[in-house]
Design a protein around this ligand. Sequence first.
Ligand SMILES: CCCCCC/C=C/CC(=O)SCCNC(=O)CCNC(=O)[C@H](O)C(C)(C)COP(=O)(O)OP(=O)(O)OC[C@H]1O[C@@H](n2cnc3c(N)ncnc32)[C@H](O)[C@@H]1OP(=O)(O)O
Length: 525
Amino acid sequence: MDLIHCCVRWPWKNFPTSKTSLFQKEERLRHYNPLPLTVPAFSNRMPAQCVFSRIEGKGKRSPPPPPGGAPAKLAAASPVASRKWRSSAHALRGAPRRAQTPGSVTYVQSNLPRRPVPRSPRLRPGGAARAPGAGRTARSHPGAATCPFSAKMALASGVRFAPRALLRPWSSPVELFHHDRYRHHEPPAPVHYEDKHVSVVKVWGGTEPSRYFLITARIHKWPSGILRLGGINGDDISEAPRVCPWARRWVQTASAGPAAALSTGAGPSLPLFLLLAEWVAVMKLRNPPVNALSLELLTELVISLEKLENDKTFRGIILTSDCPRVFCAGLDLTEICGRNPAHCAEYWKAMQELWLRMYLSSLVLVAAINGACPAGGCIIALSCDCRVLADNPKYRIGLNETLLGIIAPFWLKDTYVNTIGHRASEQALQLGSLFPPAEALQVGLVDQVVPEDQVQSTALSEMARWLAVPDHARQLTKNMMRKATADRLLRQRDADTQNFVSFVCRDSIQKSLQAYLEKLRQRKG
Ligand SMILES: CCCCCC/C=C/CC(=O)SCCNC(=O)CCNC(=O)[C@H](O)C(C)(C)COP(=O)(O)OP(=O)(O)OC[C@H]1O[C@@H](n2cnc3c(N)ncnc32)[C@H](O)[C@@H]1OP(=O)(O)O
């Protein structure tokens, strides 16, 4: 297998605690059955859709259920919320009721359809026109006055109920981090409870429309894993770090070292990694010695990308290399040297497919370039949304096709131009320039150059930055920027394949490719 995947999603209840479970997840990906390839659809995937699964805690005391009926304050605060409450309670009547044993708390995932949250200004907690008495109620019972899916409402319906956007584990320490603290921007320091340790990983902003916030907390022993707590606010996810300085500090602190977790693939060891693990896959290219793009590797990459695109859990991919000193050596010259035209055509179609899939991917792609990145390797990196290059003068990046005696096809040229501009591309393409890190940064080929041991963690921080933007807005903008370039290839795909095949199958080109390969082999000797 040429490509290794790691860091697949793990809902907190299935949180892998051993390498075995990670391995099993990896195996599941390997046995993925490919679907027909399509141009990826742009989805409206908001972070909060990855929210709750069922949560059970044993040995906790249940609070007494409040009296049934719509909370009077809720009705007074907002007729809309009150109506929501009634319809939710009605829907809940059909929901499965879970037996409550004394001393246990069971939360059941909402089976309510996800519904739009009322936009009434009276319902916006941070807004100017807040409901009368909302603040007071929120302190005693977070969200009760403003959130139609409150815990109060859930209890009134007879089930312990964890709505998607609001979960209050009554007797758990995490209740400390309720949204009043968030509003007042108080840092919730990690809290210790006897042998239990709870640490906030990140505060997420609200869903669309901005209304709820989520806290991701790491919890040991009760129950171990990751828990997301819901709340209400008026902030968007992209604003959470801005309005909440301590949340940003958390992220910065946490981003200091996930490189270890990434590079070893050993699983979660740091909060940010845990946080991102829900949404980010790390793909490591592994086709030793130089990650040349063999037909097999191309196929693997296309299948993996499609798999991740179709899995709504994922929002981003970090692409990196598992081979020391080389990110990707580009086209596998042995696939086009001395091969028949049919093979060359098949190979080139796979190249096109990979480029289209990457270039138009609805996921955030971050290239963590930890080695040399010539030609096709460079195009793979340029198809990503963001590039982080290790600061090593041997790790050069660029399109050097002319030095091999071949010509970059128009879609490579377009990708280059879109990244570094026309004049720089004109020069670099003709000269076959391979840029060392500092120059690559200067010309705009990469976004960051960092010490080698910080490539993965920087890629992760970049990913967090990109994921802070609502998916739908980012995806549509990406599409707007890239579609015309991709469409150009889509319109001329067959002609492009024929051009490539007739070109590389020429005797003169075959000779110069042979000579180039020979030179590479001799250089080694
Ligand atoms: C997503 C869409 C992509 C579209 C792409 C479209 C078109 C792209 C055009 C191309 O990509 S043309 C290929 C251009 N590539 C290069 O010029 C890279 C050549 N290789 C190197 O410069 C170096 O190998 C390296 C990558 C800098 C690594 O150097 P290192 O010293 O670590 O290794 P070597 O000793 O040089 O090589 C080891 C081994 O690998 C063989 N090899 C290297 N590159 C290729 C390659 N591109 N294809 C096939 N084989 C390659 C080399 O010959 C050695 O083989 P040996 O048998 O072990 O001696």
